[in-house]
Design a protein around this ligand. Sequence first.
Ligand code: AMP
Length: 411
Amino acid sequence: MSATATRVLVLNSGSSSVKYQLLDMGAEPDSGSAAGTRLAVGLVERIGEESSRLVHTPLAAGGEKRETEGAIADHDAALKAVAAELAADGLGLDSPELAAIGHRVVHGGLKFTAPTVIDDAVLAEIERLVPVAPLHNPANITGIRTARALRPDLPQVAVFDTAFHTTMPEHAARYAIDVATADAHRIRRYGFHGTSHAYVSRKTAELLGKDPAEVNVIVLHLGNGASASAVAGGRCVDTSMGLTPLEGLVMGTRSGDIDPAVTFHLKRVAGMSTDEIDALLNKKSGLVGLCGDNDMREIRRRIDEGDERARLAFDIYIHRLKKYIGAYSAVLGKVDAVAFTAGVGENAAPVREAAVAGLEEMGLAVDATLNAVRSGEPRLISPDYARVAVAVVPTDEELEIAQQTYALVNA
Ligand code: AMP
């Protein structure tokens, strides 16, 4: 790696989309720009369709958002189109300043406990995990292959959504099912959103002015997908998602926790196929299943108009959230902070207020004025007297991926 190489391209490849950010990780005290400065951000969507779209914003150049529509056949064409956009701003992928490409990889199983430089063996292992992450890992693999072909000389790093959760003790990670069956099919709780839980728990400690090793935090990542984690002294000890991202909290379109016998019932009594049940629980459940909307803004608007279905959906969402706060308080024994993050957690003050309401005996409270403040900065929203800090900590998975990637290639 060249001494001047300080840029990291972060790629998040989905089945028909690629999200990307180019960040400069070099601290340049004289320039006034901090390590982690975003140079460009963008998205390619509807890959493989006639109506593909590339939205690119060159932040470094103070540039305007550029949108291009037109067929982009596959991930290879998508990445080449992204490279051309970056090159147009003097940020091309052939630049000697590019230090590495960091890839978000959803499932790293038990083997990948930390960011890993990708070689053929690593790629083969990520492929071996496709049966446990059929919706995500194939797209991540395509992104990796494409980027490697484009810059074979450059370090490519995989940052796994599951890695932060690999510290979970066996008693939290195992399902209470036949051990031989579980082991034969690698059935256990892996957890997801780990990059976000790692980042937010560390930032929460920073906000409290403490070392992460000194604090216990419950992180509530509430986006369209949602998960909670119990983090003791910087290490994850439990998390709400399991073998797949379906378990746990009520989400935008996923049911979260459910009696597994519901699936047998749907098959035997309703005559649904496995794929139909999968689609029902992953895509037509959660908030959208309960009230037809998965956007919390719309749900709040409907509640304000007196809509009963929206009210019930909100109440079910909050009830589940409270159960996890209670459960993870018990798991941790002592809680220093509860941190809200992601689209709902960062923006929906009524969700934060309702999730903590009535938990004063557990040391939890929210100050209405502080909770109403809108800001992109990490902040405390609990009153001074509260025993447990309640925080809003904006997540930044791309920055975390870039930091982990940069640290690894400079190690
Ligand atoms: P994420 O998956 O983290 O991008 O979160 C997306 C979700 O955040 C959306 O589906 C909304 O439910 C929610 N959201 C975004 N902005 C707001 C807002 N201003 N108020 C309430 N909810 C919001």
